[in-house]
Design a protein. Structure first.
Lengths: 344, 282
């Protein structure tokens, strides 16, 4: 998928340059297709291989801050893209029955292969008008209340829940505070822990703090390879600690907010592999990996004793935390990040 | 345990440093500007005798104010923070923790245990806004979760007094965020088992603390004019680019919008807690 120049990420510059070079060569070759030119076709083949190698090289050495930029890429697939590519027969349902219908969160019934599910997910929007309507994926209390109302509906009728997380954070505004942003998110955390139906959550892009966690309690939590999940945005952290948002790259590393770190720390259960060069380059391939992850996760949950679902969900979050206890011991020091296990 | 002035810790969401009560014979009131006798303020539960401004109090003072004398038994006091991220901003996180421990005399921002209020046994937890902004990392989350689980098991009411300008503790990254899930899940079970939880909001209660246990009480009380909210006022002002309304994110604002049951003066808090617990206890 080609991107307009303004959407190009600086660290991807060599990729775009080679892609242009390749496109030019291919155009020239297509022009003279009537004449057999084994040399030109060989050159194209070599360049394609080099391009794949370059993407692999750049994306395997990607810095946390660059991942954050990939996670925010305008062409990155969002909830509605995945709804089209992964699920069948989507029926959107709206509203929190109290305040309104928050477009920053999409909810509806869908089919995942032969399984009926309830879908919940943040939606950021792509065009300016969409993004304004969706408030850039920053939900108000009514968004979280809507999500909870539909999830309770799902639990009542035994539908498993799929939750896609993609938000910079819950909206920080006057109306959001008036309508109890903190109280509503808290309510969701508490209620989701007791919803007696399987829940699979995946951070598909940005996992911004409480706004992400507000639909993030489940039996399996996955992350797309280039998503991030953090207690605070790198810019917010940098502003507090170093008094300037320009230190965001430093904060992005310090916070350990990328998928391989979170897998190692036991916060997530799996990483969904993205197409080479990021999900924004190939929505369909990204959707295929994500679909496999969902299907596998629900199958794994189904293999557990049904009556232990809530106990296992409780223990999943209960065990998270790093502290010392008892006699004074040597301080815990974080080690270097080993190569992660990547699930398809 | 008075807080020394000038000691620094990290802000969160741009919150200002809680000042506590500066050491000295006289002290100014943050709210009305009056010069006050420190002793007199202390005798008045750290409330300004002139304007009734509620100064922040330490966990230790809070226990003395609310529980029957000498009935508090601390639990899990040996839990201490680790450094899971190897976090280092202007100083390594373990050094920051050590400095806070020395400055406050606490091992962490939360103190939990059991005690009595007017003869009634209960589980009590308090977060001290003077310890790294009262923010919730793994230890705060773990202590509160254990306390809640214990309350559920022993069928006791639990009171948690929140004071946190810091919300979730950024130095522990995602572990802090997940404490919100952990504590809230424990409260879900406590509620499901018919247990009573009274949440008391004090100045300030923000971010991830407000968006988890502080908002999940059967009954939610607040001290007057406490700052309570999700996003910090500075962040909101930068985002919406309008002047924030007078009294925005105060206890009174929350009461008006339906998120607090009652605003209670500090001098009445102990008897109000006893009365409310009595109403819902057979
Ligand atoms: Zn005063």
């Amino acid at each position: 998928m080609s991107s307009p120049k303004q959407d190009r990420l600086p660290f991807e510059k060599p990729i775009y340059e080679m892609e242009e070079q390749l496109a030019e060569m291919e155009a020239q070759y297509a022009h003279r297709k009537d004449v057999a030119d084994p040399q030109a076709s060989e050159q194209i083949r070599i360049l394609r291989r080099q391009l794949a190698e370059l993407k692999r090289l750049i994306y395997t050495n990607i810095e946390p801050w660059d991942r954050v930029k990939v996670s925010r890429h305008r062409n990155r697939p969002q909830s509605r893209d995945y709804i089209n590519l992964i699920f069948d027969d989507f029926v959107e349902i709206h509203g929190d029955r109290a305040i309104g219908d928050d477009r920053a969160i999409v909810t509806g019934f869908a089919r995942l292969e032969d399984q009926k599910v309830l879908f919940v997910g943040h939606q950021k929007g792509r065009t300016l008008s969409e993004r304004t309507t969706c408030n850039f994926g920053c939900a108000h209390p009514e968004g979280y209340r809507k999500a909870l109302a539909k999830m309770k509906l799902a639990a009542k009728f035994g539908l498993p829940i799929v939750s896609f997380i993609d938000t910079p954070g819950a909206y920080p505004g006057i109306a959001a505070e008036e309508r109890g942003q903190a109280a509503i998110i808290a309510e969701n955390l508490m209620a989701m822990s007791m919803l007696n139906t399987p829940i699979v959550c995946v951070v598909i892009g940005e996992g911004g703090s409480g706004g992400a966690l507000g639909i993030g309690i489940g039996d399996r939590v996955g992350m797309m390879e280039h998503a991030y999940y953090s207690v605070i945005s790198p810019e917010g952290c940098a502003t507090i600690l170093w008094k300037t948002a320009e230190k965001a790259p430093l904060a992005a590393s310090a916070l350990r907010m990328i998928a391989p770190d979170l897998l190692r720390m036991g916060i997530i259960d799996g990483i969904v592999e993205e197409p080479l060069g990021g999900a924004h380059r190939d929505h369909r391939q990204a959707a295929n990996s994500l679909k496999s992850f969902l299907v596998k996760s629900f199958r794994d949950i189904a293999a557990q004793p049904r009556e232990s679902l809530l106990e296992l969900r409780y223990q999943k979050f209960r065990k998270i935390g790093v502290f010392e206890e008892g006699v004074v011991a040597a301080p815990v020091i974080a080690e270097d990040v080993p190569t992660p296990v990547v699930l398809g | 345990m008075p807080t020394k002035p000038g000691a620094s810790s990290n802000g969160w969401h741009g919150q200002s440093e809680p000042r506590g009560v500066p050491v000295g014979v006289f002290m100014p009131c943050d709210s009305c500007g009056a010069t006050l006798f420190r002793k007199q303020v202390e005798r008045n539960l750290n409330v300004c005798p002139e304007c009734s401004h509620h100064f922040t109090v330490t966990a230790h003072e809070r226990i003395l104010q609310l529980l029957d004398t000498d009935t508090f038994e601390e639990w899990f006091a040996d839990l201490r923070p680790g450094d899971p991220l190897g976090f280092n901003d202007r100083r390594p996180y373990p050094d920051r923790v050590k400095a806070e421990q020395e400055r406050t005399g606490l091992t962490e921002a939360a103190v939990v245990g059991q005690g009595f209020i007017k003869g009634l046994r209960l589980v009590f937890g308090v977060t001290d806004s003077g310890f790294i902004m009262g923010s919730m990392g793994s230890v705060v989350g773990e202590k509160l979760t254990r306390a809640i689980e214990e309350a559920t098991k022993q069928q006791l009411p639990i009171i948690i007094v929140s004071g946190s300008g810091g919300g979730a503790r950024m130095h522990e990254g995602i572990y802090s965020l997940m404490q919100m899930a952990k504590v809230s899940s424990a409260l879900a079970r406590h509620h499901a088992a018919g247990g009573l939880y009274v949440s008391v909001l004090t100045n300030p209660t923000m971010g991830g603390v407000a968006a988890s246990f502080a908002s999940l009480g059967d009954i939610i009380l607040a001290e007057p004019k406490a700052l309570v909210g999700f996003a910090g006022p500075k962040v909101i002002a930068q985002t919406v680019r309008v002047r924030l309304p007078e009294g925005f994110q105060t206890s009174e604002f929350l009461l008006e919008h339906g998120f607090v049951d009652k605003i209670v003066l500090r001098k009445d808090l102990r008897s109000m807690l006893a009365q409310l617990i009595d109403y819902v206890t057979p």
